[in-house]
Design a protein around this ligand. Structure first.
Ligand code: SAH
Ligand code: SF4
Ligand code: F3S
Length: 457
């Protein structure tokens, strides 16, 4: 009689990098014979892939973990794993705080999960946080979607923004080779995937660490070169990339986006603050004028491109007038979407040590004012879709209404329309927009004639 398969559950916090890592770790576990359990309580192996970008993200991990640590006291054969950015940040300290944990592993170890579990099986508590070279994907990820996929292109970050834990927890930049990236995309195309998002914390740094220089003296493999290199992969209809850094963003990249039909007209370029002194204190390496020039340039080549970004309020020393410069930038540019956050002091980062911290009430007030403006501007931006026909790549059923399907248009707006997911999943459908809300659209599928104007490329 064979033993029942061990079941596993992964809970993922944080950004797209963590989501991509979780999919690869799930692939490793399934290759080892584990099967997915829908909840942690049904699983015998529980992996928390953690985020520490802000304090509340970190605290969430401890509350989830505490529950399962208690369960382990009754069920000693439970395997508890903490992976990701809190694991990297805390290392050994995590074992002292939660001694029930079997394995603490930093993000660079995601592809080595099997080796680490073998050490755990020998009865060891294992901490894997030493910086190492990331090994090339050794297994097939278990992806959450059958339509859209993440493809890592560069790991780590060499910037030193004074508020940010990412360089400390993700390590130095490591680019994958263009060949490995293309091979992964070809495989995705063969499996029926339609959309790929190329991922990097600072994707504009892609290729800087790879050997090779062009006759003009630039790195041989920039992000722009990569887009040209992968854009004709069969089956893949849409290519996105994130996250862009204003400091390194180039006109050449915008031209490539305008030229290459599969590259979607959406740019995610965090600006963090609209005030030059704050930008300087953040060590971001650009001014708000430079940021505005980038957006102007994008709109010159691609007038209708969607622009999204991240911003922080209440950075140490931020005055009301400096915060208003952020409001002004948001008002002037009109972002399609903006991720906003109150500054959170993080261990090991310079800004956390500074004496001029902003009181929580002030941060909360600024966050609320900024969010209000963001929603107003996003609603204005959505209006341009009203009555238009947009191309929607159908990803899933609407979880709130199974008669509807949902997907995104090329500019990344979530769009709902009536339809059957069984026949539409993975299809690109022309949809006429009948309702435009701040962050999503609704419409009806239409049949195109040769003369229907479609808001696409
Ligand atoms: N690499 C990207 C962003 C990575 S982190 C970039 O350079 O823009 C994602 C977002 O979290 C950041 O853009 C920033 O807006 C936010 N963030 C990072 N550290 C933070 C902190 N200490 N407090 C509040 N927000 C933070
Ligand atoms: Fe953090 Fe700055 Fe690197 Fe982005 S570029 S991950 S904000 S250090
Ligand atoms: Fe969080 Fe780590 Fe991503 S800290 S935002 S999961 S890189």
């Amino acid at each position: 009689m064979t033993a029942a398969p061990r079941r596993y559950h992964i809970t993922t916090f944080g950004c797209q990098m963590n989501k991509a890592d979780s999919e690869r770790m799930a692939g490793i576990l399934e290759a080892m014979g584990y099967t997915w359990a829908d909840t942690p309580d049904e699983a015998k192996l529980i992996l928390y892939n953690t985020c520490t970008i802000r304090d509340n993200a970190e605290q969430k991990v401890y509350s989830y973990l505490g529950r399962q640590a208690k369960r382990k006291q009754e069920e000693p054969d439970l395997t508890l794993i903490v992976a990701g950015c809190v694991a990297q940040q805390e290392g050994e300290a995590l074992l002292r705080r939660v001694p029930e944990v079997d394995l603490v592993m930093g993000p660079q170890y995601a592809n080595r999960l099997q080796d680490l579990l073998e050490q755990v099986a020998q009865g060891n508590q294992v901490v894997a946080t030493e910086p190492i070279a990331i090994i090339e994907d050794i297994t097939k990820p278990r992806r959450d979607s059958t339509v859209t996929a993440w493809v890592n292109v560069i790991y780590g970050c060499n910037e030193r923004c004074t508020y940010c834990v990412v360089p400390g927890v993700r390590g130095v930049e490591q680019s994958r080779t263009p060949e490995a990236i293309r091979a992964e995309m070809e495989h995705l195309g063969q499996q029926g995937y339609k959309e790929v998002t190329l991922l990097g914390q600072n994707i504009d740094a892609y290729g800087r660490d790879l050997p090779g220089v062009t006759p003009e003296g630039r790195h041989q493999y920039t992000l722009t070169d990569l887009l040209y290199y992968v854009h004709d992969v069969p089956g893949i209809e849409r290519i996105r990339f994130a996250t862009s850094h204003p400091r390194y963003f180039t006109e050449r990249l915008i031209r490539a986006c305008a030229e290459l039909p599969k590259v979607c007209e959406h740019f995610h370029i965090p600006f963090q603050s609209g005030d030059n002194d704050i930008l300087k204190a953040m060590a971001r390496g650009y001014t708000q004028e430079k940021y505005r020039r980038i957006i102007d340039l994008i709109r010159h080549y691609l007038p209708d491109a969607a622009i999204s970004a991240d911003a922080i309020v209440g950075f140490p020393g931020e005055t009301e007038a400096q915060f208003e410069n952020t409001l002004k930038l948001v008002d002037d540019i009109g972002f399609d979407q903006l991720n906003t956050a109150a500054y959170s002091p993080r261990p090991g980062t310079p800004a956390a040590q500074w004496p001029n911290q902003i009181p929580d009430e002030v941060k909360a007030d600024r966050l609320q004012r900024l969010n209000h403006l963001v929603a107003t501007k996003a609603a204005e931006r959505s209006q341009r879709y009203q009555g238009q026909i947009v191309e929607v790549l159908v990803e899933d059923a609407n979880p709130k209404d199974p008669r509807q399907v949902m997907g995104r248009n090329r500019r990344n707006r979530l769009t709902f329309f009536t339809g059957d997911i069984a026949t539409l999943r993975g299809q690109i459908v022309p949809v006429q927009i009948t309702e435009a809300r701040a962050f999503s659209l609704s419409g009806q599928a239409v049949t195109l004639t040769a003369h229907t104007p479609v808001l696409s490329a």
